[in-house]
Design a protein around this ligand. Structure first.
Ligand code: 13P
Length: 345
């Protein structure tokens, strides 16, 4: 198979009315998610869960790409088909999380830096051979009393830029993800300020590292009130702050921005996405790349049982379709009560 160009990968990923499933939970994260439903995390249970997700009928109606974890890229379904093939057969673009997680930043209490650059060039070559077309690297920025510091933002921006440059060298589209966490009691204004400073730092580093802006995707959080803030911004405020912040910090040459869900409720994430995507006059395509806000209802129904697969898949399809409509600004709350999985038909 001839590998697609970065431009064609981006075009496919940004297909109108579609978005991306982040199913790239690391081993500790998936263990936590499975603990919530009392399922032990084993190679087999992880295979079963992700096979359930990826074989959802008509998933490709609202999903253009899936981000996998290293293990899944090499895993086969019960019937022996490689997971990337299951997705590629549906026209879904395969991506891979390539960072090795965030660790404490030495001397900077409460802050983290993402690792995984050592040996990355070799891993990328292998990932491409295994069918990946895009890569993801997540940096974590925490808001607190005296944080984030410039040192933390710069260390993470530098790593993101090196990751992005290596990905483009390998012909893989980098999804650059600096996530400003929702945790804390900060105001939406503080989130906007930190997101702007973070994005400025990231784009400065991308420039220094000669990363081609036209060949990457930005994955970012929405601008939100902190989870524990007593005054929660409503949907129009979130949309306004998010669009303003992005217009002030993301160059127009970037082809697309996709949002993470970051621990928001499923329906809240969809409502906010819908309001953001209604913004006209933005130079980039906007879409979603949700993990929890797409998977949570399906995970809860699945519970590790074969008998629950169809219902869990219907729940995933429903969320995917609601978010797909939100990308076009056509979502309404009434759709939540529509018969699951039948919104588009
Ligand atoms: P959430 O949507 O659950 O935040 O996950 C998205 C993601 O890929 C985080 O790296």
């Amino acid at each position: 198979m001839i590998a697609p160009t970065m431009e064609s990968t981006i075009g496919a990923m940004l297909t109108a009315g579609k978005g991306i499933v982040a199913a790239d939970e690391s081993l500790p994260t998936i263990k936590k998610r499975f603990a919530d439903i009392n399922v032990p995390s084993t190679e087999e249970s992880r295979r079963d869960y992700r096979e359930m997700l990826f074989t959802t009928p008509d998933l490709n109606e609202a999903i253009s790409g899936v981000i996998l974890f290293d293990e899944t890229l090499r895993q086969r379904t019960k019937d022996g088909v490689l997971m990337p093939e299951v997705l590629a057969k549906q026209g879904i673009t395969v991506g891979i999380k390539v960072d090795k997680g965030a660790v404490a930043l030495a001397q900077f209490t409460g802050e983290k830096v993402t690792q995984g650059l050592d040996g990355l060039r070799e891993r990328l070559k292998e990932y491409r051979e295994l069918g990946a077309c895009f890569t993801k690297w997540r940096a974590v920025i925490t808001i607190g009393e005296h944080i984030p510091t410039r040192t933390c933002i710069e260390a993470n921006a530098e790593a993101l830029a090196m990751f992005a440059a290596l990905s483009q060298e390998a012909g893989l589209v980098p999804m650059v993800e600096p996530e400003v966490l929702m945790d804390g009691n900060h105001s939406i204004g503080r989130c906007e300020e930190v997101t702007m400073v973070t994005l400025n730092g990231v784009f400065a580093a991308l420039f220094e590292h000669r990363v081609v802006l036209e060949q990457l995707l930005l994955k970012t959080g929405m601008v939100l009130s902190g989870k524990d803030c007593s005054q929660q911004a409503d949907v129009p405020e979130v949309a306004e702050a998010t669009v303003r912040c992005l217009l002030r910090s993301v160059p127009a040459a970037v082809p697309g921005i996709v949002f993470l869900s970051g621990g928001q409720g499923d329906e809240a994430a969809t409502q906010r996405l819908n309001a953001i995507c209604r913004a006209s006059d933005v130079p980039w395509k906007l879409s979603f790349s949700f993990g929890r806000a797409l998977q949570a209802p399906a995970l809860k129904i699945w519970k590790g049982s074969q008998g629950n697969i169809a219902a869990a898949q219907a729940a995933l399809r429903h969320r995917a379709q609601c978010n797909g409509l939100a990308v076009e600004g056509k979502y309404s709350e009434q759709m939540e009560s529509a018969q699951i999985g039948n919104i588009r038909r």
